[in-house]
Design a protein around this ligand. Structure first.
Ligand code: SF4
Ligand code: SF4
Length: 305
């Protein structure tokens, strides 16, 4: 198969596996303006306690150090937008309502690699938020969309409710053009709607972000943060919800992302009185399991009381 035929085959198979979009880019070291930007952000401590972001920078900045022989990166996005949106009761961020996305995206990428192996000799490694990979950068390079002022990848006519995945492979492919435009324009809705000021013209300060504070931050929550959390006890969707590009969002067709009925039925008192056993039952196979029972109860206490 010629590179352009193989690339078309990969994209067709990716869509049939349920991915909304698929693009391909050459695996190259990141340009110095990007690495300097990330270094500066880390040096300012904007990543808070996510010390794993400081490690393996050489691999983060050069895909060949992460996967030797890698020459192409196949980027995919999987829609997680739930068919039921909760706003008025205590709830989790939309992305956390279904089963753990890391496994689902990676399993699909393994299947894609298998499909490729049926037509060409190939080695590859899939990633989904699981290694030092600059996933939004690669998604933009492979033409999937632009990185909005909310620091999310925005897919034209689809929005931001997507998990990103990458398949690093050792075969040459036909490469897509990077997505050069950006359609934020004069909009600043995400700056205005961010309840903590984590998003601003100065960039993104993870230390102030509710997603970071409720999920990554292991200590006590800062005073007064409960009022800013609104009803969201895990994560925060505000910079997604206010983004006009999400008017195009359609419910995900992935069965594993359909929220459990018992999760949707939880009310304030159910959350306040959540037992460890009920927690285990609700979050079996969920990414929320990583947060741990005590930390979730900390969030609930802060948001509800
Ligand atoms: S997730 Fe919430 S707190 Fe974090 S940047 Fe977005 S709107 Fe702000
Ligand atoms: S809310 Fe507006 S500024 Fe923010 S990412 Fe969406 S379009 Fe861009």
């Amino acid at each position: 198969m010629l590179p352009h035929e193989l690339s078309q085959f990969i994209k067709t198979e990716a869509i049939s596996l349920g991915f909304a979009v698929c693009g391909i880019t050459k695996a190259e070291p990141l340009p110095s303006d990007i690495t300097s930007f990330v270094d500066d952000w880390l040096d300012k401590g904007m990543h808070g306690a996510m010390s794993y972001m400081e490690r393996n920078r050489d691999k983060r900045y050069n895909p060949a150090l992460l996967v030797p022989e890698c020459c192409s990166i196949i980027c995919v996005a999987l829609n997680y937008y739930p068919s039921v949106i909760q706003e008025d009761t205590p709830h989790l961020s939309r992305y956390a309502l279904g089963n753990d996305y890391h496994k689902i995206v990676k399993d699909k990428l393994y299947l894609l690699l298998q499909k490729m192996s049926s037509v060409v000799k190939v080695n590859g490694r899939p990633f989904c938020d699981s290694a030092p990979v600059m996933e939004r950068y690669w998604a933009k390079q492979s033409g999937l969309g632009w990185i909005g002022k909310n620091h999310q990848l925005i897919i034209p006519k689809a929005g931001t409710h997507f998990f990103l995945g990458e398949l690093f492979v050792d075969v040459e492919l036909e490469y897509d053009k990077p997505f050069e435009k950006e359609f934020c324009g004069n909009c600043d809705a995400c700056f205005r709607n961010c309840p903590t000021g984590a998003l601003s013209v100065d960039g993104f300060d993870a230390r102030r972000c509710l997603s970071y504070l409720t999920i990554e931050h292991r200590e006590e929550l800062p005073d007064g943060i409960g009022k800013k959390m609104g009803n969201c006890i895990y994560g925060c969707d505000k910079c997604h919800s206010c983004c006009p590009h999400n008017r195009f969002a359609l419910p995900s067709l992935e069965p594993s992302f359909v929220p459990k009925r018992e999760l949707l039925d939880m009310q304030g008192n159910d959350w306040k009185n959540l037992s460890k056993d009920k927690y285990k039952e609700l979050f079996r196979d969920s990414a929320v399991e990583r947060c741990g029972y005590e930390q979730l109860m900390r969030n609930i206490k802060s948001a509800i009381e």
